[in-house]
Write a protein of this length. Structure first.
Length: 64
């Protein structure tokens, strides 16, 4: 066998054995996206809840 052919065969075997798959990457990206959306939603609900409390309940309590 010639040295160049040997290197080519070894590289082909290494590529077959050590191929990378990116299957798990999508799951992590979706999980991060869901976490970010959840944090924004919780923040928005907390802000709206505080505003509703201030506008309605404190004004009702002030009139009684």
């Amino acid at each position: 066998m010639q040295p160049q052919h040997t290197v080519a065969v070894l590289m082909e075997l290494a590529n077959r054995k050590f191929t990378r798959t990116d299957d798990g990457q999508d799951l992590i990206e979706y999980a991060l996206l869901v976490a970010l959306i959840a944090l924004v939603a919780i923040g928005a609900v907390a802000a709206v809840g505080q505003t509703i409390y201030t506008v309605f309940w404190q004004s009702i309590a002030a009139n009684f």
